[in-house]
Write a protein that binds this ligand. Structure first.
Ligand code: CU
Length: 273
């Protein structure tokens, strides 16, 4: 069984804390929109992407010594989290690639719609203890049908559930963000643990696809275990500590487990400047 976190839930951070030590010259890297930061680099062989086909995506994280990193700290029960998002902020994928002994990661990408994609890896090398977000782009050939970003909304539906988000955020300032899950107008109180929490929230900035990961303020009981302090599931309200670094619209993807199934709701949140 995967352990709980090697450290307590950090208070909120966007992709990379601004006060990270030893990050000189990294201006602009806090949004994850670079393949290199802090001496670490995400490398991948250029793959020929076949439209309409699922494909494995292989990549490596190299360290300051140029060698592949194989020792990663566990964050939210995983050593590395992988996200894919298209430039219009559709097609969200949250995957957990597997690592070979030589440090090569393989993410099983599903069929991706044609367009420009950004693939993010978030991880913490055991050496250094920096939370890093690196990304690379991937172009899927074909006719691109862009979806306009939906207008900001306070709630979104998914699989019969309604997810409501309460937040009044100003760019670059930490603030509370509350998520509530209901079904048929009734608050859901039996959310099941997912990645060590009751909800996983990822945000992408409209226009540049910058990534922010919002951390919940409460951890869940151990997944499938009995060691948790709570005998029941989570909900209906979940508190996050949010800090979104840029003003404008962000697309939030909220993932939660209920009824034995993982659900993903999405809504647009406007952040004041
Ligand atoms: Cu993950």
């Amino acid at each position: 069984m995967p352990g709980m976190h090697h450290h307590a839930m950090p208070s909120a951070s966007a992709s990379m804390p601004a006060d990270m030590p030893g990050m000189d010259g990294m201006a602009g890297s806090g949004d994850g929109l670079s393949d290199a930061a802090g001496g670490y680099r995400m490398t991948a062989a250029t793959a020929d992407v076949m439209p309409g086909m699922a494909m494995p995506y292989r990549f490596t994280i190299t360290g300051p010594d140029g060698r592949p990193v194989t020792d990663f700290a566990v964050e939210q029960t995983k050593r590395l989290h992988f996200y894919a998002i298209r430039s219009d902020l559709t097609g969200f994928q949250h995957l957990h690639p597997t690592m070979a002994a030589d440090g090569t990661w393989t993410a099983g990408l599903p069929v991706l719609a044609p367009g420009a994609w950004r693939l993010f890896a978030t991880f913490t090398p055991s050496a250094g203890k920096q939370d890093l977000v690196l990304s690379r782009t991937l172009t899927v050939p074909g006719t691109v049908r862009a979806t306009p970003l939906p207008e900001p909304a306070a709630s979104a539906g998914v699989d019969g559930y309604t997810v409501s988000v309460r937040a009044e955020l100003t760019a670059g300032k930490a603030g509370p963000l509350t998520v509530a899950v209901a079904r048929g107008g009734v608050p859901v109180t039996d959310l099941e643990p997912y990645l060590g929490t009751y909800a996983h929230l990822t945000a992408f900035h409209a226009g540049d696809q910058a990534l922010a990961h919002l951390h919940p303020e409460t951890a869940a009981a151990a997944e499938g275990g009995t060691g948790g302090t709570e005998g029941k599931g989570g909900g209906p309200e979940l508190a996050f500590h949010a800090e979104l670094p840029e003003p404008g619209d962000w697309r939030l993807f909220l993932q939660f487990r209920a009824g034995g199934t993982l659900h993903t709701a999405a809504l647009t949140l406007r952040v004041a400047g």
